[in-house]
Design a protein. Structure first.
Length: 352
């Protein structure tokens, strides 16, 4: 076993008696070792020789950690400033005692408990820019409705939407501006396409106009003609409430009214579980909706459904055709099977 060097002997001595380095004996062993390394670095050669160690075996002292620089404050957006203003307004004490039950806007992970944030009125978390944009959209819509209501109060005789057709079906009289717009033909409809290839006649021959092969996008006069009848649409991202169901082909199922439910039970008494025939009695319903209605009533009103199914009612074809939009008047058609085909089938069965 090799003999311990001078630094090891000095370290063991410091750990055995921390007062040698003027340290508290209650310090952890790691802190004592760090202080011992610093003290060993500051010792002279004569003091190190007392522990039997040369200069080349000096352990490196720990580099002191530099103080971290504070980050310079950066500018914030308008939404962030509005959010900070809301936080400041919410944190101010209010005379209403009911506000004390609201959780804070800033949640401390280490100190906040679930019982303090599990309340009915949730006001925790950080709002996004979409939240402020929706608030502005609602404010604009509310302002517009108020302006429309005020204009109707000031001019009760004036209709909010101009009428285009009379009750008799004839077009309503137009004013002078609308008449001029209707009489004047639209230029893009009767004008020629400026990007089409043009031809010209030279010495009695039809030749290609080479200038028409290049599109002139700087033709301001032609652009003005085309843009005369353009419709300007002001689109805002906040006004377009689009989600995953906006482009879905599946339409929303309408609620069943009390009158439709009563007709449904009457149809059950006539047609039983023939959902295809029942669907024709509800033009705006699909077979899937009829089947779902049957499943729902079998769970919520099983007795009424059983009574309607057990009570048989004669079918009125005239009334059924009127509701379904089918003409069922007149005698029912007679279906006469072809005798020859029936006999041929019987012979084939006997031969087999």
């Amino acid at each position: 076993m090799p003999a311990p060097d001078g630094y090891q002997m000095f370290l063991h001595a410091a750990q055995a008696d921390p007062t040698l380095l003027r340290l508290d004996p209650a310090l952890p062993a790691g802190d004592i070792a760090a202080e011992a390394a610093v003290a060993w670095q500051e010792m002279s050669e004569d003091e190190r020789r007392a522990y039997g160690m040369h200069h080349g075996a000096i352990p490196p002292a720990r580099r002191a950690r530099l103080p971290s620089k504070r980050r310079a404050p950066t500018s914030i957006s308008d939404d962030e400033a509005e959010y900070n203003a809301q936080c400041a307004a919410h944190s101010q004490p209010t005379p209403d005692a009911s506000d004390a039950q609201y959780p804070p806007l800033r949640v401390d992970i280490g100190a906040t408990r679930m019982e303090s944030i599990a309340v009915t009125n949730w006001k925790s978390g950080r709002a996004s820019s979409r939240t402020f944009e929706l608030e502005r959209v609602r404010a604009r819509q509310l302002k517009k409705r108020r302006q429309d209501a005020d204009s109707i109060k000031e001019n009760p005789d004036q209709s909010p939407a101009p009428e285009v057709m009379k009750e008799s079906g004839t077009p309503a009289p137009l004013d002078e501006e609308q008449a001029e717009t209707q009489e004047r033909p639209t230029d893009p409809e009767f004008g020629e396409n400026r990007f089409a290839v043009q031809t010209r006649i030279v010495d009695g021959k039809i030749v290609l106009d080479e200038q028409s092969l290049y599109a002139n996008y700087r033709d301001e006069e032609q652009q003005a003609k085309e843009q005369r009848n353009w419709e300007v649409i002001d689109e805002r991202e906040g006004d377009q409430f689009v989600n995953s169901a906006s482009r879905s082909k599946q339409r929303r199922t309408q609620r069943w009214s009390a009158e439709e439910t009563e007709r449904f039970f009457q149809a059950i008494s006539q047609w039983g579980t023939d959902f295809e025939m029942i669907t024709r009695l509800f033009p705006h319903r699909t077979r899937r909706e009829i089947k779902s209605k049957w499943t729902k009533e079998s769970r919520q009103n099983p007795k009424r459904l059983d009574d309607a199914f057990s009570r048989r009612v004669a079918v009125d074809l005239t009334a059924y055709g009127h509701v379904a939009g089918v003409d069922l008047s007149g005698p029912p058609p007679e279906i006469v099977p072809k005798v020859q085909e029936v006999r041929a089938l019987e012979k084939e069965e006997r031969g087999a």
